[in-house]
Design a protein around this ligand. Structure first.
Ligand code: HAM
Length: 539
């Protein structure tokens, strides 16, 4: 920069949370914690244990479980190549694109070096269990073929370097070709995705951890963030939180369905969630659903022209999803479509009737909703959804259903399954809208100190009070008492403990109740006792 040039100040960029994500701040986080604490307690009383799952998994897990054609998998996942296998990919590409210079042994040697690196990475990925990486998928036979060819190539090159004999070039070219062919047969590299839901992961974990050996059914719950690239709006985020539960095992007894539903209703009841409505349905099984879907498709084709573009497309891809449509103009048409309840096979009809009976035995109030088909492929028989008040269009606060056979689909033993997931963001929103959010918790005690000796005493007092479970604010620098009391007020403190030189030398501390301004002097041990008593009275 020339002398005298005005230095232009570059303002540092201000970062913002990515669209569809947000910060959860105090005091709202206290409500999140209360909700989660209640979930631990209520689910515990039903014999569920917590499972903590990875945030990302192989993309294929979700494609296979949730369904490759569903909106969730086809449009909404955050997917990226696994950086580890991506490196292997890079090596593979270099090998494939390698142009061997005829007669150039050094060039062939470099090619050989690259092939060795590739093999080393493949073996390491296998040992380190890089996502979805096993020799069976990669092609064990191609790896051994490449290993043999590399060894031969190395032998030929070293022979040439000793004798200078160029007549082996054809043999070198042959081995290079062999390595390239093996390289083509290798399939490495897998995409990973941020989890859009957790049922698939629970099933993967059930299989991977041999949980079929445990007493059945296995009852698990989880909570944490999920990721879907949806259009953000009230109650719909790209990073959102679910609290979910799954029951896996050998039995599909209707009482299991009913108990799972009873559990989530008990939880909502405990939180005093308002306007809770449970909708249930049965969507049949492999026996009866395909026939119903065909019937539905035939009926929809008759009215195709009157449907919107999305529903028209779904007639081909997934006619059941047309029933989900919220389009005003389609409602009249949908009302005339055949109901699946009239087309269930005998077993499914009996199961559904028994689930309803079991719900009644538990005093769970439900409404049948024949249009409740859910947007994930793994469901069969029982499906349910719960709505709550104050949520606008995104009013489903919980969704779930039965998914027998999903574990099998993911390579595990035949297993029955049922579960649900609560949208925690929506649950919190609804609680806030109905005034069920707890009031902000202020500090119990603000310590207003002045003077060096008082500071030392204040530090000790803070330590003792905190040990006794009180929330204490200890200002880091000295403040005039007037300012300190104003600060205590702003923080919603119940008491101000006033410590000046006088108080410290007398051994009598002043406790001011901020609500009424009253002041009482206490000796140190009496103060703690007094606060404890007050706390017991107010709880
Ligand atoms: P789901 O219906 O896709 O089911 O999601 C369950 C709940 O998560 C929804 O009812 C909603 O409250 C919440 N939710 C979904 N997407 C969003 C979003 N973008 N923003 C805020 N909340 C959202 C499942 O995920 C299944 N795994 C449930 C299940 C468990 N079925 C059997 N076991």
């Amino acid at each position: 920069m020339s002398e005298g040039a005005v230095k232009k100040e570059v303002k540092p960029r201000k970062f913002q949370a990515i669209r569809g994500t947000r910060d959860l701040l105090p005091p709202e986080t206290a409500l999140w914690n209360r909700v989660e604490q209640n979930a631990h307690e209520v689910f515990g009383t039903f014999g569920f244990g917590e499972i903590r799952l990875p945030i990302f998994e192989p993309t294929q897990l979700f494609a296979r479980a949730v369904g490759g054609e569903t909106d969730i998998v086809s449009k909404e996942m955050y997917t990226m190549p696994d950086p580890e296998t991506d490196h292997i990919y890079g090596l593979q590409r270099s090998l494939a694109e390698w142009d061997l210079e005829v007669g150039n042994f050094e060039n062939a040697d470099s090619f050989q070096g690259l092939a060795v690196s590739l093999l080393v990475f493949i073996v390491r990925a296998q040992e380190e269990k890089v996502v979805g990486f096993d020799f069976e998928e990669v092609g064990f036979e191609a790896v051994s073929e490449m290993t043999l060819a590399v060894a031969e190539l190395r032998g030929l090159i070293s022979k040439h370097s000793q004798s200078g004999d160029a007549s082996t070039w054809n043999l070198v070219a042959e081995q290079v070709q062999r390595i390239k062919l093996a390289n083509d047969r290798l399939t490495v590299g897998e995409d990973i995705s941020l989890r859009p839901e957790a049922t698939a992961s629970v099933c993967r974990a059930y299989i991977e951890n041999g949980m079929q050996q445990l007493p059945q059914p296995v009852k698990l719950y989880y909570m944490g963030p999920m990721f879907r690239r949806e259009r953000p709006q009230k109650g719909r985020y790209r990073q959102f939180y679910q609290i979910g539960a799954e029951v896996l095992g050998g039995s599909d007894a209707p009482a299991i369905d009913a108990e799972v539903i009873e559990m989530v209703m008990t939880f909502f009841d405990r939180l005093e969630l308002q306007g809770v409505q449970l909708g249930i349905n049965s969507i049949g099984d492999r026996n009866c659903r395909p026939k119903y879907v065909e019937l539905l498709r035939a009926e929809l084709l008759k009215v195709k022209d009157k449907l919107g573009a999305d529903s028209q497309r779904r007639i081909e891809t997934n006619p059941l999803r047309v029933l989900d449509s919220k389009l005003e103009s389609e409602q009249g048409i949908i009302d005339t479509l055949p109901h699946i309840a009239d087309h269930l096979c005998e077993e499914c009809a009996a199961h559904y009737a028994a689930v309803k009976h079991q719900l009644e035995m538990r005093g769970v109030i439900y409404r049948e909703n024949w249009r409740l088909v859910r947007g994930l492929d793994y469901y069969m028989r029982t499906t349910f959804e719960i709505t709550a008040q104050g949520l606008g269009s995104q009013n489903a606060v919980c969704g779930g259903g039965r998914y027998d056979g999903l574990v099998e689909l993911l390579g595990g033993p035949p297993t029955k399954g049922i579960g649900f997931a609560i949208g925690e963001d929506r649950l919190i929103l609804s609680l806030q809208e109905s005034g069920k959010a707890p009031a902000q918790q202020g500090r119990n005690v603000y310590i207003a100190w002045m003077g060096e000796r008082a500071h030392a005493t204040a530090i000790r007092a803070a330590k003792d009070l905190r040990k006794a479970g009180f929330s204490v604010e200890l200002p880091p620098v000295e403040q005039k008492f007037g300012k300190a009391l104003g600060q205590a007020d702003k923080l919603g403190a119940k008491y101000a403990l006033i410590l000046g030189d006088n108080e410290v030398s007398e051994g009598l501390w002043t406790l001011k109740t901020l609500a009424d301004g009253s002041q009482v002097k206490f000796a140190e041990p009496d103060l703690l006792e007094h606060l404890r008593k007050q706390r017991a009275l107010s709880s």
